[in-house]
Design a protein around this ligand. Structure first.
Ligand code: ZN
Length: 273
C-alpha cells in the first residue's frame, strides 16, 4: 500500500495553471496517481505519462510521474466550470467525460515505450486507474484520490492511496482488505484531520500488520530545457521550421510550467541545418 499527501503538489499545479475548482480536482487526482505510478517504476530515469481524454469540456488531462516521485501535469481547458454533481461533489467525471480512453505510457529511457490503453470507466480518475490495473496489468488494485478545494479556489488538501494485492495473495488476505475498505472515510477527510500518509495506511488497513518500506518526497517539478524544446521543434519538419525562420521571433511556452522559450531566425536556421 502507498499513501500520499500531495497538497503542495496540487497547490503548485493550481497556481501554475490557474485552474477552476473542478479542473484542480481532475488534474490533482491524476497528478496524485502519477506520483504512485512513477515511484513504482524501477529505473532512475523512468517516467510514466497518464493521459485521460473523455471528450468532456475540460479536454485532455495529462500527468507525468518520475521514478523519484516528482510529477508535472497539464489540463487542456483548465477554465472549465461545472455545477456540483448529484452527490454535491465537484463533477470531475462530467469535466473529463466518459467517451474515450486512459492511456498509460511508460518510458524507460531507451527502446520503445510501453503503452497501455483502457476505456474510461467514469472519468472520476481513481476508478479509471483501478480499471487500467485490472485490464492492462492484471493486478487487483484499490485506488482512492481526493482534492479538497477552498471557496477561493486554493487547495485545502490533496492526496490518495493505492493498494495492490500480490498475485500470491491468499483469499483470506483479500477478504481482510475488502472488509477494511467497507467503512473508511474519504481520503480528503483523513488528510483534513492532519493524518500523515503512514497514519492513513494504518487507519485504512486497520488490523493488518504493516511495515514501513520507505518514504519519499513528491514535488511538482518541470524538467523542460531549451534543448528539449529544440528537439520537439525538430519534429515539426523542415517546411514548418523554414516558415518560423521568417518570423522576427518564435516564442514557445512549456505546457507544464508556462516557461517561455524564444528563438530568433538565426536559432531556427541553425536547427534547419
Ligand atoms: Zn516546463
Amino acid at each position: 500500500m502507498m499513501a500520499a499527501d500531495t497538497t503542495a503538489v496540487v497547490q503548485k499545479a493550481q497556481k501554475t495553471h490557474h485552474t477552476t475548482k473542478v479542473c484542480s480536482a481532475a488534474l490533482g487526482r491524476l497528478l496524485t496517481a502519477a506520483t504512485f505510478m512513477g515511484h513504482l517504476l524501477k529505473g532512475k530515469d523512468d517516467s510514466v505519462t497518464l493521459r485521460i481524454n473523455g471528450g468532456g469540456p475540460a479536454g485532455s488531462v495529462i500527468a507525468v510521474g518520475y521514478s523519484n516521485g516528482n510529477v508535472k501535469g497539464y489540463i487542456q481547458n483548465g477554465d472549465t466550470e461545472l455545477p456540483l454533481n448529484k452527490k454535491g461533489k465537484l463533477d470531475v467525471g462530467g469535466a473529463v467525460g466518459k467517451d474515450g480512453f486512459l492511456t498509460v505510457m511508460k518510458d524507460f529511457g531507451f527502446g520503445e515505450p510501453y503503452v497501455g490503453q483502457v476505456p474510461i470507466v467514469s472519468g472520476e480518475i481513481a476508478e479509471d486507474i483501478t480499471g487500467y490495473y485490472a485490464t492492462s496489468e492484471q493486478t487487483p488494485t484499490v485506488c482512492a484520490l481526493g482534492v479538497l478545494v477552498n471557496p477561493d479556489k486554493s487547495i485545502a488538501v490533496a492526496g490518495g492511496f493505492l493498494i495492490q494485492l500480490l498475485p500470491t495473495a491468499e483469499d483470506d488476505m483479500i477478504d481482510k482488505v475488502e472488509k477494511c475498505l467497507e467503512n473508511i472515510e474519504p481520503v480528503t477527510t483523513m488528510l483534513a484531520k492532519g493524518m500523515t500518509p503512514e497514519k492513513i495506511c494504518r487507519t485504512v488497513l486497520d488490523g493488518i500488520e504493516l511495515e514501513v518500506l520507505g518514504e519519499y518526497d513528491t514535488e511538482y517539478k518541470c524538467d523542460c530545457s531549451k534543448e528539449r524544446v529544440e528537439k520537439a521543434l525538430l519534429t515539426s519538419g523542415k517546411e514548418a521550421l523554414e516558415e518560423m525562420a521568417n518570423d522576427p521571433i518564435t516564442e514557445l511556452t512549456c505546457h507544464f510550467c508556462n516557461k517561455k522559450y524564444r528563438f530568433t531566425p538565426d536559432d531556427i536556421r541553425r536547427l534547419i541545418e
